[in-house]
Design a protein around this ligand. Sequence first.
Ligand code: GTP
Ligand code: MG
Length: 379
Amino acid sequence: MSFFGKLKERLFKSSSRLSDGLDEIVADQSSTAAVAEPTPAAPPAQAAPQSAPAERPVTPAAPAARPEPVAVAEPKPEPEEPAAKPGFFARLAGAVIPEAEQRRLVDDEMLETLEDLLIRADMGVETAARVTANIAEGRFGRRISARELREALAGEVARILEPVAKPLPIYPRRPQVVLVVGVNGSGKTTTIGKLAAQFRAAGKKVVIAAGDTFRAAAVEQLQVWGKRADVPVLTAAQGSDPASLAFDALTQAQRDGADLLLIDTAGRLQNRQDLMEELAKIVRVLRKVDPDAPHNTLLVLDATTGQNALAQVEVFRRIADVTGLVMTKLDGTARGGVLVALADKFGLPIHAIGVGEQIDDLAPFDPEDFARALVGASD
Ligand SMILES: Nc1nc2c(ncn2[C@@H]2O[C@H](COP(=O)(O)OP(=O)(O)OP(=O)(O)O)[C@@H](O)[C@H]2O)c(=O)[nH]1
Ligand SMILES: [Mg+2]
């Protein structure tokens, strides 16, 4: 399967939520404004078409016996309106009438529904408003199909993501020190294992430092990944100072002529001041060996935390001078839109995304593929 296919399949929850929502917006002809105007003659003025004539559904009466499409893994968010409304039948009709035939007037009501949908997809209030305004531009007062809406949205999302999609840069300087930070369980250790395997496969000499000295299990977990990736894992006694392990690891990596040193750290909640100070200490100690280290500080974010990811970026950026993001667990969450909010708000590079627990489930971040997968657009 192409990576796009895999991404789309993995992002199923996010894209099905958004995609279904887009279909519903267009199929919902209950609005008085959703009138069949023969041609999109209306000027793109922001004045709402108050004088819109009475409702005239575009779609013929639906064969109501048709079941709803089944490809929905979770309850659809239906906040505003009761189910038994003209839009409901229009939606049923959507199952039999080709998508291209259904069009919906882009008016204030439609745009408001779209904005709500984007907020529910975790894009954040500001980003959702901006995206909606951009979609309105040049389309207001015109009639749009679900496919066109999906394409327009994919375009807007890709435009936001484009500037931040950057693979982890590799510098000529050796060893390049990559410090990996994040809250508990965000996927740091797994991401290190995946990165190690990929860089190893690309011919780099990689060393991992098991900087999470709190949990014995953390070291074992990293050793398993090290074995899978065929990369040595440097460890220290449980409970020992992670900064001193980082120091030793960098000295050894220099001695061994390693290309990359990946340093795992313990998960730390952003409100634990002591743990945050420990992180700052790791950085200070690394700089004693190499004033430019760490060359990259990756913040690993769990997509399932939704909007909380934004707060995590703010705190970690203050403490650890974050240079880039990795977002994990985009499979199995309906909150993939948070990545758009992150890109829009911080502009930090997004190096990779995690779409599963296996070694090859870390992919470079391709903005166009991601945008299309997120909104459920076709390949
Ligand atoms: N579905 C899915 N699971 C993931 C992904 N990345 C990590 N995980 C899982 O998330 C859980 C936590 O991952 P870890 O890598 O241990 O997270 P961590 O940040 O090192 O956790 P702590 O060291 O406890 O702070 C594990 O069960 C991983 O298998 C991903 O992209 N998709
Ligand atoms: Mg860990």
